[in-house]
Write a protein that binds this ligand. Sequence first.
Ligand code: DON
Length: 586
Amino acid sequence: MIDRRDFLRLGIGAGGMACGGMLPALLSGQEPSLLSGQEVASGRGIVAHGTSGAVATVNEYATNAALRILRAGGNAADAAIAAGVMLSVVDGFNSGIGGGCFILARNAEGKVLAIDGREMAPQAAHEKMFFVNGVPQTELSQTGALASGVPGSIAAYDLLSKQMGTGKWQASFQQAADVAEEGFTISQQYAARLRSVASEMIRFDAAREIFFDQQESPRKSGDRLVQRDLAQLLRQIAVDGSEAFYRGDFAAKTDRWMRDNGGIVTAEDLTGYRVVEREAVTTDFRGHLVIGFPPPSSGGVHVAQILSLLERFDLSDLYQSNRVAYYHVVAEAMRLAFADRAKFLGDPDFTAVPRGLLDSDYLQRRSQLIRIDQRMGTVLEGDPPANSGNFSDKPRHTTHFTVVDQQGNWVAVTATVNTTFGSKVVIPGTGVVMNNQMDDFAIAPGVPNAFGLVGQAANAPAGGKRPLSSMSPTIAVGPEGPVVTCGAAGGPRIISATTQILLNHLALGMDLETAMRAVRVHHQWRPDQLVVEESMDPAIRKGLEGLGHELKTTSAVATAQAIGRGADGQLTAVGEPRLPGVAAAY
Ligand code: DON
């Protein structure tokens, strides 16, 4: 628990103490804030430098929340939890306690923790649950009662706090509860995201009460958003811990709402939620050990695959002398990786995910398929060797945020309710926006999900199973310790963005800010399209088309955050320049 004086020094009241008008002025992103600028961080903005601690999130409140915990003596784990819980309040369209997350952490002694807080399908889930009259219905996996898996974020934060934290749980939840209760000013971005889903969201009473005004219009930019039920639940969790979420009032209310509305999540599903500690995926790349998140994320496996597939190319030379060829080989490596993803990846506790996907001979063979001057024809999944076993054989619209502290603890979290405002359902009396992570299952073989991803039996829905993810919290370690951590939001584009930030920084030698700003591309095998950012030079686009790629332009391939550490020990936090994110360091 943070001492009350710490909060005052940092400009925030502890517990409910600061309520009554003071807090909004202190915390709003739009309003003058004692917490902005020099008061809290020596540097902030898209890029910030410091030596004592660094934070990067997509939101000013969340970055402030993390900094406050750091400066009050908490470590990177405590601060990451503070950011995550605050994002539930101020950025609920991307992530929240009604969703899930993956946490990758490396402590100062080098111990790696991979915490799987992915949603679990309710026990009554089954392969045909999204079929009506024999036809798969993506509407059902994306919106409403059947779309939600059992949320995992609170259990994941609980485990992180117990394994690595220093006891700042209450303070983290209380400061988020204060903002939920006092309200915050809706930004233009928030209002736009709300508008984009308003016609679906208004169908759900509790969501309508919170997110719509009395005329039943979605709340607008400049309005104050107050979430009293959420504040109350956060205060319960602050005091009673994760039990208040998985066994208490929230479980009972969820059970009741689901029964009344055709859902299948029960109180027993919540009680039965299991957070899992997994073994991280590692790969060597250009003198670094790249640590990624294992299945049920596909992130770690495919970031590692793409890096390995590209190992034989002189990337620096290509980037300088033939940029078309550079993006071409990166895209071809993505095609090979995503073809494997569609075939082999799923929850390792339910399906055999071959470790051979990372076998170096296999990847060398696959890499030979890539021609520098010609696009590969039809790409199919490979035949990874079976003799190295499976991942399960070993014991055991999203946001990315990351914190590094002075002691050398590194924490990277990707958290999500899946698409904007998840299932659009708010469980009445709780303020919790429920995820629509069930859509990350392949609801039928070959039927694309919200991100156009297809899958097969390995990722079919089943009771207690976790839907396949692309979330890729990553930490790269050099001889002197961690040098960079990154990750992103954006569905399958997460894998592409994360890989390219690593390529830019570790293979092309760009500083971290340049690595984050550089043009990104994305290919996910199906649809067979190369997605490029609008800012890409038209001559390079033309060159890629000349090689046979069908191009699709987009404003941004994913939303990433990163923190790097230089040889001199200087920390550089970089928020996504395309959003923009909010980095701070001191
Ligand atoms: O786990 C996944 O891969 C997706 N549910 C992530 C969704 C996402 O990144 C949405 N953000 N734009």
